[in-house]
Design a protein. Structure first.
Length: 147
């Protein structure tokens, strides 16, 4: 008789991810996870979250607003370091939803700086579950000045 038990749940900590907690809205929808990017030196991270029951919509899959929140925070944190840790704000965010995210799936953000000027940073991201792209995002962040 074949083994019919479901696979063990994914453990982000065992896979090298560190829990990234924050106050405010992110504290309500998180936790998020982070780990240093393997392909870059310096302060650069990949970001992820585990889709939980609290993230579901009426169809029982992850709410699009959760994916937008995650993309916004991930791209914002990714451009924070090359922007000399200056305060910044999202001024545009475009999202394309490609595939539904199921509760229990681990969603990663593959973010990159597309272009940086003195006052704005253009970003892109693929949100993936394993090798499956579930959403893409593009955004612009405005540099607000030195702290």
């Amino acid at each position: 008789m074949p083994d019919t038990q479901p696979p063990a749940p994914f453990d982000p900590a065992a896979a090298g991810w560190e829990r990234y907690d924050a106050d405010g809205f992110i504290g309500l929808v998180g936790p998020f996870w982070q780990r240093p990017k393997k392909d870059q030196a310096g302060e650069s991270f990949d970001y992820a979250f585990m889709a939980e029951k609290k993230h579901h919509n009426l169809r029982g899959v992850v709410q699009g607003g959760m994916l937008m929140t995650f993309a916004d925070r991930s791209m914002g944190r990714t451009c924070f370091y090359p922007n000399e840790r200056q305060p910044q704000a999202t001024i545009q965010l475009d999202m394309h939803f490609i595939d539904a995210v199921q509760i229990g799936e681990f969603v990663e953000a593959k973010c990159k700086v597309v272009r940086r000027t003195r006052s704005v940073i253009f970003m892109s991201a693929d949100l993936v579950v394993g090798s499956r792209v579930v959403a893409t995002a593009n955004g612009v962040w405005k540099t607000l000045g030195k702290r």
